[in-house]
Design a protein around this ligand. Structure first.
Ligand SMILES: [Zn+2]
Length: 81
């Protein structure tokens, strides 16, 4: 899936945090789903550095969108063919 924030792009080795204005390397992947627009199995991914993980989790959690937080290394395994 190419909409997983460029994880499939071989030129983009570094996973950058999704925090606004943040250029830090992401260490966490937040898996989320908006039941109003996504099918239940669908997972969108936000990347987060250690500093922004909690902020992004709170943001998604408040909307009941957050499904799981996994280390980026797990994320790469999940999205591998
Ligand atoms: Zn960040």
């Amino acid at each position: 899936m190419s909409d997983v924030l460029g994880l499939a792009d071989p030129l983009d080795d570094e996973l950058v945090c999704s925090g606004k204005g943040c250029r830090a390397v992401a260490t966490w992947g937040l898996l989320w789903n908006n039941p109003k627009i996504h099918t239940p199995q669908r997972r969108k991914v936000w990347l987060a550095c250690d500093d922004h993980r909690e902020h992004l989790e709170t943001f998604l959690g408040a909307r009941d969108f957050l499904r799981a937080t996994v280390p980026v290394s797990d994320l790469e395994q999940r999205t591998a063919p």
